[in-house]
Design a protein around this ligand. Structure first.
Ligand code: SF4
Ligand code: SF4
Length: 210
């Protein structure tokens, strides 16, 4: 059987990522979208294997959002740029207005300001950390931390996440495979991440299109 990395590469050829016109402005958006695409493709492959192994699908699905009510989500500088871009350049005006109200009041609540009516309003640009966690069995209860209450039901696409993180590193100046491997081993991305809830999202509420 081919390695997991080889299977991802085959899938990337079969399912190339759609290009964004704004990618012409600089490499950061391409790096970020490539990393998210690799994680999506890799997660789809790996979860298919996991569902076969467990014999049941994951409990995660549309409208299930207890994990967004008090997220402890680390976000790297690159991912923050992506969220900023998506909100300013891609969100429809009406949705943006509703989001701005939540951004201005985000310190009043632990709920992620991007959660709107049970769905993520920045879903295509949601951070890596929001893409990792998968839970089998029953959906999480409000306030439940499944890693603590039932670790056997928690599944993370580790290999795909590593490949995605590796893909982001050139943005931070790591330009050789050896430098990227060392940065991964030293937890570089975590060291340049902030918690989602600590970011001054109020400023995004007043940001304008270019
Ligand atoms: S992690 Fe838990 S709350 Fe979040 S989507 Fe999956 S089952 Fe639902
Ligand atoms: S960014 Fe989206 S997926 Fe992540 S915590 Fe917020 S609402 Fe949930």
């Amino acid at each position: 059987m081919p390695s997991f990395e080889a299977r991802i590469k085959e899938e990337l050829v079969r399912l190339p990522r759609p290009l964004e016109p704004d990618e012409a402005q600089g490499p950061w958006l391409t790096i970020l979208l490539d990393a998210y695409h690799i994680l999506t493709i890799g997660t789809t492959l790996a979860i298919t294997d996991e569902v076969t192994r467990r014999g049941v699908p994951p409990a995660c699905g549309a409208g299930c959002a207890a994990c967004c009510l008090r997220p402890e989500v680390p976000v790297s500088q690159l991912e923050l740029l992506g969220i900023w871009w998506y909100v300013v350049e891609r969100l429809p005006a009406e949705e943006r207005l509703r989001l701005n109200e939540r951004l201005l009041r985000h310190r009043d609540s632990r709920t992620c300001p991007f959660l709107a009516e049970g769905r993520c309003s920045i879903y295509p640009l949601r951070p890596l950390a929001c893409r990792f966690l998968h839970v089998f069995g029953s959906p999480c209860k409000t306030e439940e931390i499944p890693v603590e209450t039932r670790p056997q039901d928690v599944w993370l696409p580790r290999e795909a996440a590593q490949l995605a993180a590796f893909t982001m590193l050139p943005y931070f100046g790591f330009n050789t495979a050896d430098a990227c491997r060392q940065a991964m081993a030293e937890g570089y991305l975590v060291s340049v991440s902030t918690l989602m809830s600590d970011f001054p999202w109020e400023n995004l509420a007043t940001a304008r299109k270019k």
